[in-house]
Design a protein. Structure first.
Length: 601
């Protein structure tokens, strides 16, 4: 998800929170508080309607998730409204004013502590974006903070004489388990959908989600509903797991939380009607076992969805890193080639005029210092005559230590004999050797460490004989970059969508295999071309410039007509985005498209 979308998802909550926390309570704060209280009250009455072991203790208690979400999203100012909702739920059900106040205090404190622990140790509102934070949420808000409400609530009704002490442990367990599952199932649903309200599905995704929802409902009915295959209660609850896994892999944590909540509602309905694998024995036992089942499935599905989302984000970052590295390597290679050519020309003129002008000599030395590569000048005897600062930095010697030193000492011992023979043959017939034309070479630093280099050689005729200027380039980073690019290229090449990468002048720099298959082109033929050759003549005029302009602002998505190599026109759906360098400057345009001919038919 890009930063712009992320900001849109959080803007409503942030604006509401700022207004609610500045100055006196506003009308909007009152509306939020009243709404939270009403939702809490309705959910609480539903939960207590299912109480069996005690009128105030239910194995199904969604208000815990509602309270936790309210504190996490809105802040601690909401506590009086949560307290009021909890109080009215209990005073209208059973107990006295004193016991209702105690239960309300426990329910409120439970939400405050759970939200604080998640904010402090589990990434706050982003708790459901990483698997490690989800486990922290389960421990801190699911298991620990819920014990507060169970302990205070059960103690209050026992001290008030509304429950016997011998039933304390059973009531506490029921209370605690209802709060745990209510938090694990309801809180992710509320938090994820509150933070990401907009649905950005395409048509295929929408159809798939509708089919998936139907599949989940069908499996739930087979396991818990009227579609049971036999009158016997076979343990078919496992049929509900594949739809949850499918949702986690194909969509994300938000949709997975919704699927889990839907399954919980259908399972509770069936169990209350005495159907399904848990609809045996007493209602209390059935609901306890069902809640344990739902809690485990909710944690499993949400964690799996988070892991899949993390992997997708990592793949996207790797693809972007690969593109950045490829661009940087290309730019540096062009820069170094041009600089090296200019340097060779200047060095040749300097050596011809070295005895005529001290000013020219100074200019020559300045050029050496400005060169991006390490430069070493060597005579026929292999002695170093002159070096620049880049050579000093590269090898770790001072200039005084390098000048007059045998150049062979800058090579690993295993290369020295071979290099001496090569140098002698080179000086017999000196010639320009461009960068990268030799085999893999290694150099030796002052500290004894080796590193790979590329070397170009330029002979200079002087009054003292032939002097060779060696330009050395440390290619350690390039080797690493090339290895990374090879790794990332596999991901781009095997994508099913057509992928193109162009520069800001619309020249194609990369296409994947799906592109070549779709357009019928060869890679060597398409890479140097402008992206305009892909456009149909019917929409070629000004379209590319419009797409580039919109892409640089906020990205572009739409349908256009393109043309294959054989001249056939066909419609595509194209989405474009910008690739930036480390400084945030746009350097490349990424296009992802696919043929929608069949979809149009």
């Amino acid at each position: 998800m890009n930063e712009k979308a992320h900001g849109e998802e959080h803007s409503v909550i942030h604006r509401s929170k700022r207004k609610m926390t500045n100055g006196q309570p506003t009308f909007k704060r009152l509306m939020w508080g009243f709404g939270v209280t009403l939702v809490y009250f309705v959910a609480g009455k539903f939960g207590l309607s299912l109480a069996s072991v005690h009128a105030s203790a239910s194995a199904v208690w969604p208000p815990t998730g509602i309270a936790f979400s309210a504190f996490l999203l809105l802040g601690s100012w909401i506590w009086p409204w949560i307290f009021a909702g909890a109080f009215f739920v209990n005073i209208t059900t059973a107990g006295s004013i004193a016991t209702s106040l105690g239960i309300a205090a426990g329910n409120t404190l439970e939400g405050i502590v759970g939200a604080y622990l998640v904010q402090r140790y589990a990434n706050g509102r982003d708790v459901f974006e990483q698997s490690k934070d989800i486990f922290k949420f389960v421990l801190l808000a699911g298991l620990l903070s819920t014990a507060i409400s169970a302990t205070i609530g059960v103690t209050s009704i026992t001290l008030g004489g509304f429950a016997p002490w011998e039933g304390y442990r059973l009531i506490w367990l029921t209370w605690w388990l209802g709060d745990v599952v209510g938090n694990v199932v309801v809180a992710p649903l509320v938090v994820l959908w509150a933070r990401q309200r907009r649905i950005r599905w395409n048509i295929d995704q929408a159809v798939e989600f509708v089919f998936l929802a139907g599949f989940l409902i069908a499996m739930s009915e087979l396991a818990f509903g009227v579609w049971q295959l036999t009158p016997k209660r076979y343990p078919l609850a496992f049929l509900c797991v594949p739809p949850l896994v499918w949702t986690a892999f194909r969509f994300g944590p938000r949709e997975t939380a919704a699927a889990t909540a839907l399954l919980a509602a259908l399972a509770i309905r069936g169990t209350l009607q005495g159907m399904g694998p848990f609809g045996q024995g007493s209602l209390h036992e059935s609901l306890l076992i069902l809640q344990a089942f739902m809690g485990v499935n909710a944690i499993m599905a949400l964690t799996l969805a988070s892991v899949v989302a993390e992997r997708r984000r990592a793949e996207k970052e790797l693809v972007q890193a690969r593109d950045d590295l490829e661009k940087r390597v290309e730019e540096r290679t062009v820069q170094l080639v041009l600089t090296n050519k200019e340097l060779q020309s200047e060095v040749s003129e300097r050596r011809r005029a070295v005895d005529a002008s001290k000013e020219s000599e100074e200019k020559f030395r300045n050029l050496l210092e400005l060169a991006p590569d390490a430069l070493i000048m060597v005579n026929a005897e292999g002695m170093i005559q002159l070096v620049n600062s880049q050579a000093v930095k590269m090898f770790g010697y001072s200039k005084e230590e390098l000048v007059g030193k045998p150049v062979d000492e800058l090579l690993p011992a295993r290369f020295r004999v071979k290099h001496q023979n090569h140098r002698q043959s080179y000086f017999l017939e000196p010639r320009v050797r461009p960068m990268g034309s030799a085999l893999d070479l290694f150099a030796l630093r002052h500290d004894g460490s080796e590193f790979p280099v590329e070397i170009s050689l330029s002979p200079l005729n002087t009054g003292d004989g032939v002097i060779v200027t060696a330009a050395l380039r440390d290619i350690t980073d390039r080797r690493k970059s090339e290895e990374m690019i090879r790794m990332l290229a596999h991901t781009m090449t095997n994508m099913n969508e057509c992928v193109t990468i162009t520069d800001l002048e619309n020249h194609i720099k990369f296409v994947n295999e799906a592109f070549l298959r779709t357009y019928g082109d060869e890679k060597d033929e398409i890479l140097p071309q402008s992206v305009d050759i892909l456009r149909s003549p019917h929409n070629r005029e000004g379209l590319t410039e419009e797409i580039v302009e919109e892409t640089l602002k906020h990205g572009w998505t739409g349908e256009i007509l393109n043309v294959r190599r054989n001249g056939e026109e066909f419609p595509i759906r194209l989405s474009t985005s910008v690739i930036h360098d480390e400084s945030g400057n746009p350097i490349l345009l990424l296009g992802v498209s696919y043929d929608i001919t069949e979809e149009k038919k």
